[in-house]
Structures are given as C-alpha cells and as structure tokens.
Design a protein around this ligand. Structure first.
Ligand code: GLN
Length: 381
C-alpha cells in the first residue's frame, strides 16, 4: 500500500513536547501558553445553569444567536465596526480551527501565502494541507518588526493570503499604525486576502491600541479575523472561538465549517452570551496581565537572561546567546532538567530552524508561580 504522508516533515508540536519535558522533570511549566489561575466562577455557574436549563442539544451551525449579537455589539463598541450577526460571524471550536477553516475556505492548489516568522506553529501546516505554498518572511531580529519592503518584493501573481498576528505569539510584538499603512499600500488594488489572528486582542500593554482589522473597513473587506474565548476568559481548555469576515467570505467559511464540526458546544455559548453583558472582564484583563509581565521582568533582572520586550500576548522572550552557545532547544532542556523551569525554544516557530538563541516564557501565571520560577532561575549561568 502506498502511504505517502501529507505532512512528511511535521513533528508533534513543541507545546506537547515541552509539556512532556516539564512533567518528566517536575518543572514549573512556563512553556505552553495557559493560565494557572482560576477563570471567573460566575462564568462557570452560567454554563452550569445553561446545562440545567436544557441547552444540551446542537446549537445553530453559525453559533447561538444571542452570543453572535453580543459579540457584534462589542465589535462596534471597541472598533467602530458594523458586523452582521446573521451573515458575518461564526462560532468555532477554538481559534486554531478558525484559522484552519479560514485558510481552507479561500486557498487553492498552488496559491502562495505570506507568513511572518517566528510564526504560530499551525499556520504553515494549514497552508500545506490545502496544497498551497508558504512564503515565510523573517521578522527583523531582535525587535520582531515586519520588513514591509521585503514583503513587497515577495508578493507575486500567486499571492492569495497574508497572515498577520497581533499581539504576536511568540514575541509579544504589536502592529502599529505604520504597519497598517504599509499593509494597506501593499494589498490595495490586489486580490490578496488577510487572515488576521487576533486571539490576544485584549492582552495588550503599555497603553497601545489593538490594530484590529475590524477597525479599517477597506482591510476588513478582504479579511477573515480569528479569535479565541480561551484567551479572553482564561479558559484555554474550553476550545471555543470565532471568525469574523465580510458576508461573501463568511459564506465560503461556513461551507467548510458545516462539514467539519457543524456546530459548537451549546451550554458554553449560552453561558458566554449571559457573561458578555459584562464589559468589565476584558477591560481588566490587559492591566492584570501587564502587572504579571512587569513582575516577571523585574524578577528575571536577577538572571543573566536578556529581555526582548513584549507589548502583548501571554509571552515574553529572552536572549541567552551572550552567555551560552547551546542551541535554544538544548538550553530549554537544560532549564527544565537542571533548574525546574520549562520554556519554549523560539526556533520551533521557524520552518527551517532559525536559532537566535531566544526562549519564550509564558507569564500568565499566579504571582507565586512567577516568584518560584525566578527563584529557581537565579542560579542560571
Ligand atoms: N497557543 C499556545 C501557545 O503558544 C499553545 C496552543 C497549543 O498547544 N496548540 O503556547
């Protein structure tokens, strides 16, 4: 039997690998991005109530209508966007699925997709599964900014999509007005679509605004914008998110979605719809997480690691090349084994391992966890 793998070079994800390493060494897991603190008890009660009230059968394939309406009201409030709850938004089982479905609904064999590296690990395999070709472009190190002049040179008649991600995983960099202007200039008068991964929209710090595609009608008109409830409500295990796109693109998105999972967890959607009446959780999330980032920064000043400043997301990256010539993978393994702290080597976010000797820590943790991790790292050399 001929068995030619569709993704011959793809290993198990670095997150699964580093979770295994963390467990083996009983390390504090600052690798995979998830909070170690409790989510809102009120939201748990609302979901329990929804189950007790009988919301236990299939939800509508687009999502639970009151939830869609409340999300659209939120887009208007935050980004001034007018999004139709009937035709321009679909609830998905997580942000990763939203990105995969967005790409699948528009990519054709031979299309090219521009991806900025380091990149969230699902993007390139998602492109390749669709018979398309990834065009990886390295962000400028160490600031992790996008070299728009190079992007202009790499656009071809085959370019179908540009994937953007702000706030960015793994670096925490954030797109600014100048980036939006450059993107706008490049795509104007082309047929290029934008897949915008905005799962960290509320995890943005230092007073910076989130440059959502929903703010710019001309860019939104060619965009599929992906979100995750897991990040906004500190419940990554719920695997629930949504995609927002103009009607003609959402129509295509739903054609794929209806045959892939069809509809998502009903009681969680009902609970979230009730919870979304409260604006406050996403107003307080950014400042609370910034406090954790600042604490972790302060604590790590007592180690030889050198900060690559982050302005958003769950993550902050640190350089170690000035005191160790190990590869970032070896360094991350040594941190877990000898110091009991797990991190993610940033080379894992490049299609061809580019090792700048940088590791990523997740600071979405209780203060006591961050203190203990920093204490363990204090002997690092
Ligand atoms: N987004 C999470 C991270 O970057 C991991 C999600 C996953 O394990 N696929 O850590």
């Amino acid at each position: 039997m001929d068995f030619t793998p569709k993704l011959p070079d793809i290993p198990t994800t670095i997150f699964t690998e580093m979770n295994r390493v963390a467990a083996a060494h009983k390390a504090i897991n600052l690798g995979q991005g998830f909070p170690d603190f409790d989510m809102a008890p009120e939201l748990i009660s609302l979901v329990n109530n929804a189950m007790k009230q009988g919301h236990n059968q299939y939800a509508h394939m687009n999502g639970y209508a009151p939830l869609l309406e409340k999300l659209c009201a939120k887009f208007h409030l935050l980004y001034g966007a007018t999004v139709s709850p009937e035709s321009e938004i679909t609830i998905t089982p997580g942000g990763t699925y939203a990105i995969y479905t967005a790409l699948t609904s528009i990519l054709r064999r031979g299309d090219e997709v521009i991806v900025f590296e380091p990149a969230y690990d699902s993007y390139i395999p998602n492109i390749e599964l669709n018979g398309a070709k990834a065009i990886p472009i390295a962000m400028r190190f160490p600031g992790y900014t996008i070299p728009w002049d190079e992007v202009g040179k790499r656009i071809s008649k085959h370019t179908r999509v540009i994937i953007i991600n702000s706030p960015h995983n793994p670096t925490g960099s954030v797109l600014r007005d100048a980036d939006i202007a450059a993107l706008r200039d490049l795509v104007a008068h082309t047929g290029i679509f934008i897949v915008s991964d905005e799962v960290y929209e509320h995890l943005i710090y230092d007073g910076l605004p989130h440059t959502s595609m929903l703010r710019y009608p001309d860019l939104f008109n060619r965009s599929l914008v992906c979100y995750s409830f897991g990040k906004t409500y500190s419940c990554t295990g719920w695997k629930l998110g949504y995609c927002v796109a103009p009607k003609k693109l959402m129509h295509e998105f739903r054609k794929v979605h209806q045959f892939n999972c069809f509809s998502c967890d009903a009681p969680k959607q009902v609970g979230l719809a009730a919870y979304l009446d409260r604006v406050e959780p996403y107003q307080t999330l950014g400042p609370a997480m910034q406090k954790k980032r600042d604490l972790f920064r302060q604590l790590l000043k007592h180690t030889p690691l050198k900060l690559v400043p982050s302005h958003g997301s769950y993550f902050e990256c640190y350089k170690f090349g000035h005191f160790s010539q190990e590869s970032d993978r070896d360094f991350a393994l040594r941190l877990a084994r000898d110091f009991g702290v797990a991190a993610i080597p940033v080379s894992a976010f490049y299609h061809k391992a580019t090792d700048n000797r940088v590791i990523r820590f997740c600071f979405a943790k209780q203060e006591s966890t961050l203190h203990e991790a920093a204490k363990r790292l204090s002997g690092l050399k």
